[in-house]
Design a protein around this ligand. Structure first.
Ligand code: NAD
Length: 265
């Protein structure tokens, strides 16, 4: 099979790409030939290993920027830095996200603030800075990593569900504003993917609901997912590659579930 190099010469910025879905998507975009700006938290050595690994494996330029997604000034600098480094910005994937599971009456106010900042406001700041660059280019692709929780709710996830529903509204609004400029703005809405973010909520959910961890996986996490299977990174990557391709040009302002049928119910 011929290697897909359709993104050769394009550049992609992915927030929260030091782990989980973001790291997997960075790897796939690099495989398709894009130069990559990584971002996210983590150990410097591990991040450098990822950066060098992706660059060597796919023969593309990979840089890393440590912008904290709670800091608007740093987020703006990330976008400016990506554009200055590569000379253009073709793809922005707003993927950074965190979760906190708690009944609302005990929900820590600081967790609410952090989740709204990282899951929702950071996408606003990325797009606010990236849209003028993409408009000047006359092209661009923005993909926001929402969630099935952008479409439906679950108990004990007040901030997460609110942030992802907010991200859906933000995505649709920006889509309308950029539609005549060769830019699209869409959201991918995955069901459960077994990433560190999901691993971290198994124990607190078990505590909140008084269940064993095994029961949380089978009866809570995958209860709503009719396939009874976690969504794989490759399933999300396939949709991302479509959205950023020329064939994806007419998909705009869409909330695209990859959830095994969860939100069909
Ligand atoms: P993850 O914990 O593996 O990765 C999250 C990434 O965000 C990491 O790179 C982390 O460093 C980064 N991040 C967190 N706080 C940050 C901050 N303040 N500044 C900069 N970066 C920060 O999680 P994941 O499961 O891969 O989640 C990625 C996205 O996918 C999130 O937006 C999440 O809501 C969404 N999502 C995940 C699932 C799932 O089941 N895993 C389902 C639907 C949606």
């Amino acid at each position: 099979m011929t290697k897909n190099q359709s993104l050769r010469g394009r550049t992609a910025l992915i927030t929260g790409s030091t782990s989980g879905i973001g790291l997997a998507l960075a790897d796939v975009l690099a495989e398709a030939g894009a130069d990559i700006m990584l971002n996210g938290l983590g150990e410097a050595d591990a991040i450098e290993q990822s950066r060098e690994g992706i660059a060597k494996k796919h023969g593309v330029n990979v840089h890393y920027h440590n912008a904290d997604m709670t800091r608007p000034d740093e987020i703006t600098d990330l976008v400016t830095n990506a554009n200055n480094t590569f000379g253009r910005l073709d793809i922005a994937v707003c993927n950074a996200g965190i979760q906190h599971v708690s009944p609302i009456e005990n929900f820590a106010v600081s967790k609410w603030d952090d989740i709204l900042a990282i899951n929702l406001s950071s996408a606003f700041h990325i797009m606010r800075a990236a849209v003028p660059i993409m408009k000047a280019q006359g092209s661009g692709r923005i993909v926001n990593m929402a969630s099935a929780h952008a479409l439906v709710a679950s108990p004990f996830k007040a901030a997460y569900v609110a942030s992802k529903h907010g991200l859906a509204g933000l995505t649709k609004t920006v889509a309308l504003e950029v539609a005549e400029h060769g830019i699209t703005c869409n959201a991918i809405c995955p069901g459960y993917v077994r990433t560190p973010l999901v691993e971290a909520q198994i124990a607190p959910t078990a505590k909140a609901r008084g269940l064993s961890k095994e029961k949380v996986i089978s009866d809570v996490l995958l209860a709503a997912q009719p396939t009874k299977a976690f969504v794989e990174y490759s399933h999300i990557a396939g949709l991302l590659l479509y959205l950023v391709s020329d064939a994806g040009a007419s998909v705009n302002g869409a909330m695209l579930p990859i959830d095994g049928g969860w939100t069909a119910q």
